[in-house]
Design a binder for this molecule. Structure first.
Ligand SMILES: *Cc1c(COP(=O)(O)O)cnc(C)c1O
Length: 392
């Protein structure tokens, strides 16, 4: 990858040092342009008319995402966010009293709130698989928790607050061997880590556009395995995802668009198409190698700074780098960093409550690295942190 060129084609790279790629990555010029062109045409010629003009480009969305995750275009739905994608698949399943859900300790707040909601609404039981020695969810524990009541295994691939990568493929082997539905939250892995739904053996996979995919805000996608599409109707069926036949009947679509609703941002969808196309051109394995290289450099440099504790666990680590500075205000450190144009975020306890509580963490500073970040950006980041710590 030509990093200088890719940086040149990313307007934000000359403005900020962006280590908030797990929050929202910087979009490329081409992704920005795809959206601007569409918005201008909508203003000039009408939105429905513009959508009709772009119908071919819009269908490319399904091809590009399918290529990225080795699915069929019919198995892809466009959504407004990862949460929308995840919730639509979750509530489509249809739970009854006594059904059991197995999840991992790093469950994202919105997902776990849905588990609790399903517990209150339908009487499902939540079982949390413990972590193994290295920090990944324990496969043995998942296996132990499986019973004849297990309806769903729902796993976070890469947590929002930790560098680890969960062994999603091994869990998929287990789920498919036992014939249990498997839902994968790939929100932080899509765009940085190679995803292959045939190897993951997942039934549902959800992701957002704005994070490692480098797409626009307000976009996301859902993958639903073909056999599973036919089994479940989502609760949000509308006149796009189903056809009204007569007074007593409707017919739901037979592809994953069944999980879409009619209204959505055309500019956003074109932007995410462009961002996904760029990933496919660059090659997701190349992206992953580069992300790991740069993130590893950051972890090593941080671990040599006195007063800083890198909090990432897991034997395989992603572009998400987290650390804490005991006895110092993370808010003030983040403010100091942003005064020097470094974008980071604070991952708070309530975002991943079970994991943070079990690791005794109140908050961590998250510096999430993408392929366009450089070792020299990291050098200046570390020296900015060092200056702050020494000035105290
Ligand atoms: C950000 C995030 C989500 C939610 O994504 P949205 O697009 O904001 O809905 C879900 N899961 C994980 C692990 C995340 O990091």
């Amino acid at each position: 990858m030509d990093i200088d060129l890719l940086r040149n084609e990313t307007p934000g790279c000359s403005q900020v040092i962006h280590f908030n790629n797990a929050g929202a990555a910087l979009v490329s010029k081409r992704t920005l342009q795809a959206q601007i062109n569409c918005l201008k045409e909508e203003a000039n010629y009408g939105s429905y008319e513009t959508a009709a003009n772009y119908s071919e480009q819009l269908s490319e969305f399904y091809n590009e995402v399918a290529t990225l995750i080795n699915a069929s275009p019919n198995e892809i739905a466009f959504t407004e966010s990862a949460t929308v994608a995840w919730l639509r698949s979750f509530y489509a399943i249809g739970f009854k009293e006594g059904d059991e859900i197995i999840c991992d300790q790093s469950s994202y707040a919105s997902n776990y709130i849905a588990f609790l909601n399903a517990q209150n609404k339908f009487g499902v039981k939540i079982k949390i698989a413990s972590e193994g020695k290295e920090g990944e969810v324990s496969l043995d524990d998942i296996e132990k928790l499986i019973s004849d009541k297990t309806k769903l295994i729902s796993i976070t691939h890469i947590p929002t607050n930790n560098g680890l990568v969960n062994p999603a493929e091994n869990i998929g082997d287990l789920a498919s061997e036992k014939g249990i539905l498997y839902q994968l939250d790939a929100c932080q892995s899509a765009g940085q880590y190679p995803l292959d739904v045939k190897k993951l053996k997942c039934d549902f996979l959800s992701a957002t556009g704005r994070k490692y995919m480098r797409g626009p805000r307000g976009t996301g996608f859902l993958y639903v395995k073909q056999e599973v599409i036919e089994r479940f109707n989502p609760l949000n069926l509308d006149l796009h995802s189903a056809e009204w036949i007569d007074k007593t009947t409707f017919k739901a679509r037979s592809d994953a668009k069944k999980f879409e609703t009619w209204e959505h941002s055309i500019a956003g969808k074109l932007g995410l198409t462009e961002a996904t196309r760029q990933i496919n051109e660059l090659g997701i394995s190349n992206i992953w190698d580069r992300v790991v290289d740069v993130a590893t450099y950051l972890r090593v440099e941080l671990s040599q700074l006195e007063g800083i504790e890198v909090t990432d666990t897991g034997s395989l680590k992603s572009g998400i780098v987290t650390f804490q500075v005991p006895d110092k205000s993370h808010e003030e450190i983040k403010a100091h960093l942003s005064r020097h144009k470094f974008n980071t975020v604070i991952a708070v306890k309530s975002g991943t409550l079970i994991d943070m509580s079990s690791r005794n963490l109140d908050s961590v500073i998250r510096a999430s690295i993408h392929y366009y970040n450089t070792n020299s950006e990291i050098d200046s980041f570390v020296s900015c942190l060092r200056n702050y710590l020494h000035s105290e």
